[in-house]
Each structure stands twice: as C-alpha cells, then as structure tokens.
Design a protein around this ligand. Structure first.
Ligand code: SF4
Length: 362
C-alpha cells in the first residue's frame, strides 16, 4: 500500500510492477517535442497517456489538473510540477490548480487561513516567478473550501465508495478522523470537475503527480467509470515523476533545510548547500581519477539533470568525463552552484511583481 500522506522513499520498479503503472518511455516517442523531464526519464511512469498524445496530435481540448497541500516551504524538487504545468499550458491545455486547504485541515490540522497564506507566499508567488502564466484565460485556481462544484461532486461520488474500499486503498483505521477519510473524495472531485458541463464537459485530463499520489489516481479512474453514465466522465490520465534526492543523500524534504534548496534561499545559503552536497565522488582524488565518479548516485548531477542544464549533449559529456575520472567534484560543484545562483537570482528578481499578481488571484 502507498500512503499519500507519508514520506517513504519510493521503489520505482516495485511500484510499476505491483500497481500496473506503465513506462513513460513507451509513449514518449509519440510526443512531438517532449520536455526535458520527459526525455530524461524523470517522468518515468504513466496511466492511459495515449489519450493525451492523441489530444496533442489532434489539437483536441484537454485539461491539466494538479493540486497542492500547503504544509511547508517550496523547494527545488517542487519546481518539477511548475515545469510540467508550463509545458501543458504552452500546448494549449486548460490548467486547474487546487489548493487543498480542506485536506490540509483534515490531515494536518492547518487552518484554511494558514493554507491560503502558505499557498500564496511559498508556492503561487514562486510558480509565477518561474514563468507559469496565472493571468491566462486557461488558468483556474481555487481553494477547495471555496469551490462548491468540487464539494458537491465529492459528496455525490461518495455514494459509490464503501468504507471498506477506502480502508484497503489508504489503510485508514479506527483512529482516522472522519474528515480525513472524506478528503480522497475531494481529490477525486478536484480531478473530475473539469469535465462537468460548466467547465466544457467531458474531456481528457492529465494529472502529473509523484508516485505517492497513485492511490488517488486509481480511485479517481474507478469512480470516473462508475459515473460515466451520469456525467460522461472519461477516465483521467496520469504521469508519475521521480522525486529528487536530497543534498544529504536521503529524500529532499521541506522540513529538512540541509536536504533541500528552497526557492527563497539566499544565493549565499544555496551556494553553501550545493558546495556541501553529497556527490558520487570517491574517497580520494587518486581513486576518483582511477575509478571515475558515480553520477547516478550524485545529488549534484541530479540537480543539473532536473533543473540546471538544458543541453543533452552537455550532460552526456559531463557524465562521460565523470565516469572516466576526468572531472573532479569540486569543479563540478562550483559549476552547479553558479548555475543555481543564476536561476535563483532570476526567480528572486521577479518575486515582488509575482506577489502583486498572486494577491489578486485568491
Ligand atoms: Fe557528481 Fe560531478 Fe562528482 Fe561526477 S564529478 S560525482 S557528477 S559532482
């Protein structure tokens, strides 16, 4: 069982085998100009993505749905969601962004006021500074607690789920509060509501998520088929992206400042973090030159692949030189720190303007 509110490290192979997630590599060739997250295998899995490749090819309407449960600081790993939203927005997709304040209250005890504040300060402002066009006609954002369509739909679809199913999907037990048991229905309603008549009717919907959210995807697809007669719902598609390894070698976490680079980190702090990150380097210079480094175990290389280097050739060259022991970690860290500083400077320079836009949104 996967716990969407837990924090376990994911075994991607086991996940695909056990839960039937298909490889994204099977469909990437169908996409005209895939994003770097797609090409580099960072998006590793999918459910039913053919609907989206078809919509892209045929120019059909489709929607992209994502949500956030505001409960901490935004780190560079979260940037992957923004990159995906931007890509779909450029492809003409409607973008729906739910701020899951009801879920944050039920699962973490965070008030709606605090959720709104966290969502604005830590996420939306950075989303805008990173280039998401929130003023576009095709962008829709809402707090769950203020969206009656979502709340009404959550209530309606609850008619076709039993407590026994919820328990087997999510592991709820006698100590789980009832509001928390209800929150997956809100997530399902978040994902399905772009298909209501008011929002243009049934259409393909893509939900780009981390694999920890797959229980919600499975439940949504099941309920979409059960309500197909009534609403015409089409089962939504999903993609799954890898999580970033933290700078300490464990999972990157909002609550562990040493593991994460926050978008709000000063350039000085971010540089310091990059320079003390765990790499795939060897114990000594002599060993590194003889054996080469291990880029696939290196958090610096990951930073470059996920966020900092656009050129595939440049990355390929670095990887080869690392494996051959021709580049040392100090040099590599300095280069990553400089690129990171450039990226953060750009984001920070846009923050004030982004705040003005964000405040008008909610
Ligand atoms: Fe990582 Fe660069 Fe060291 Fe290779 S040389 S292990 S890519 S930091």
């Amino acid at each position: 069982m996967i716990d969407p509110w837990g924090s376990s490290i994911i075994d991607y192979d086991k996940l695909t085998q056990q839960f039937g997630i298909k490889a994204f590599g099977d469909v990437v060739g169908e996409i005209e100009d895939p994003s770097k997250l797609m090409k580099r295998g960072i998006i590793f899995g999918q459910r039913d993505y053919k609907k989206i490749t078809d919509a892209l090819k045929n120019g059909d309407d489709f929607a992209t749905m994502t949500g956030m449960m505001p409960s901490g600081k935004m780190h560079i790993g979260h940037k992957m969601v923004v990159d995906q939203l931007k890509w779909y927005q450029q492809k003409g997709s409607d973008i729906f962004l739910s701020i899951a304040d009801m879920e944050a209250y039920a699962a973490r005890g965070i008030s709606s006021v605090k959720s709104r504040e966290l969502a604005l300060e830590e996420y939306i402002i950075n989303y805008i500074a990173l280039g998401l066009d929130v003023e576009a006609d095709n962008f829709h954002i809402y707090l769950q607690s203020q969206n009656d369509d979502v709340k009404d739909l959550a209530y309606t679809i609850g008619r076709k789920v039993t407590f026994s199913q919820m328990r087997s999907i999510y592991g709820f037990d006698n100590s789980t509060n009832v509001a928390h048991i209800y929150t997956p229905l809100l997530q399902v309603a978040d994902i399905l509501h772009p298909q209501l008549e008011k929002y243009g009717g049934p259409k393909s919907v893509i939900v780009p998520v981390g694999p920890d959210q797959d229980p919600h995807i499975r439940l949504t697809r099941d309920l979409a088929s059960k309500f197909n007669d009534e609403y015409g719902f089409i089962e939504p598609s999903a993609t799954f992206h890898r999580f970033m390894t933290g700078l300490t070698g464990d999972k990157m976490s909002s609550s562990d400042p040493k593991s994460a680079i926050y978008l709000t980190d000063s350039i000085k702090d971010a540089t310091k973090k990059a320079k003390s990150a765990k790499t795939g380097g060897r114990e000594s210079l002599k060993e590194q030159k003889e054996l080469g480094g291990e880029p696939d175990k290196c958090s610096i290389y990951e930073l470059l692949v996920y966020h900092l280097v656009d050129s595939d050739d440049e990355l390929k060259d670095l990887k080869q030189r690392c494996l051959a022991g021709e580049v040392l970690c100090g040099e590599c860290k300095n280069c990553a720190a400089e690129l990171l500083a450039d990226m953060l400077e750009d984001v920070h320079s846009k923050t004030d303007e982004a705040r003005k836009i964000a405040e008008k949104l909610l």
